[in-house]
Write a protein that binds this ligand. Structure first.
Ligand SMILES: [Zn+2]
Length: 335
């Protein structure tokens, strides 16, 4: 089985955006969301399912559109209502296509509000809707970074306690940028990935939570390319080696859109810490004229990488099942 651990419902019917537009205009609860099963089927069959079939993957770990989370918009109530609706839609996709998708939750974060307020929605998604993880935004302000770092005990630890209790990992995933200096998917996303890793290596977060797991998407931002810099910075601060400090807890996905990037990722990062992902129909949708294939058809790069069949199997399947401990039971339950 080939599992893509990073997919968003970027092809949701337009009624979802109309709901959001009404929220942005000041109506916190413009519901109920009027989207039919046929609309969902059409959006998936012509979108992500078609891509899975064309590219040879079997299953996508699926969450609401990341740029659309927009945690900075409105109040905590706005975020709560928006998040519930987005997560419910993911559950409907999974119910219609239980072999091809499994759910991951958006969280109702809000700048200035401690993430503990997301615990009830995480519990609802995991316990009632069979989701296996969540997307956690390290910067709900959308590019201002004015809440405490992800390693702040008072701010973040109560939420991590719940993640550990439920045995779900989080993908560290920012949303849209509202700072014009940072392009959303070209700069803000990569900044978010890199920033989270640097925070992790300077803290004792994984000493405090030995089973807490994070996936850093987009190939880990700048981290693999600058692995020597990060190892050196950690060493200067008398931090333990990465094998002890982060590699039992932090994983990188393969949303890197060219062969040399994947070759570097797989050479630098231990194979046990790499999870297959494409984020298809996402930030980069075009065809690379140098290869004739879609930039985000990342399976091709893994196929072509200088790795053993056993290592490729870990990246495509084994590691995903390990990092999402609820996967096996949740997948069996929905099928
Ligand atoms: Zn994403």
């Amino acid at each position: 089985m080939i599992i893509d651990c990073h997919g968003h419902y970027t092809t949701a019917p337009k009624e979802l955006q109309a709901f959001r537009d009404a929220q942005i205009a000041g109506n916190d609860n413009p519901g109920p969301l009027k989207i039919t099963d046929d609309q969902i089927r059409e959006s998936i069959e012509k979108g992500q399912l078609k891509m899975q079939q064309e590219r040879g993957s079997d299953l996508t770990v699926f969450s609401p559109r990341a740029a659309g989370m927009g945690h900075h918009i409105g109040t905590a109530t706005t975020s709560q209502i928006w998040t519930e609706n987005c997560n419910n839609l993911i559950q409907r996709v999974v119910k219609l296509f239980p072999k091809n998708f499994i759910g991951v939750a958006q969280l109702p974060q809000t700048p200035g509000v401690p993430p503990a307020n997301c615990i009830p929605e995480l519990e609802r998604c995991v316990k009632e809707m069979n989701f296996i993880g969540c997307n956690l935004n390290p910067d709900p302000s959308g590019g201002k970074w004015n809440d405490p770092p992800m390693t702040d005990k008072k701010w973040w630890y109560p939420f991590y306690e719940k993640m550990v209790e439920l045995d779900v990992p989080a993908m560290v995933h920012v949303s849209m940028s509202c700072n014009p200096n940072f392009h959303t998917t070209g700069a803000h996303y990569i900044n978010g990935d890199t920033t989270a890793f640097m925070q992790f290596i300077m803290s004792d977060i994984f000493k405090d939570f030995p089973t807490l797991k994070f996936i850093i998407p987009h190939g880990g931002g700048a981290v693999p390319y600058h692995w020597g810099r990060y190892r050196g910075l950690a060493q200067d601060q008398k931090r333990p080696p990465f094998s002890e400090l982060v590699l039992k807890n932090v994983f990188f996905d393969t949303c890197v859109y060219h062969q040399p990037g994947i070759d570097l990722l797989t050479k630098v990062i231990p194979v046990d810490n790499i999870l297959f992902a494409s984020e298809m129909i996402g930030a980069v949708r075009g065809i690379d004229p140098e290869t004739g294939h879609h930039f985000d058809d990342t399976k091709r790069y893994i196929d072509a990488a200088a790795l053993s069949a056993e290592d490729k199997q870990k990246i495509f399947e084994g590691n995903v099942k390990k990092v999402f401990p609820r996967f096996a039971a949740a997948y069996a339950k929905q099928n």
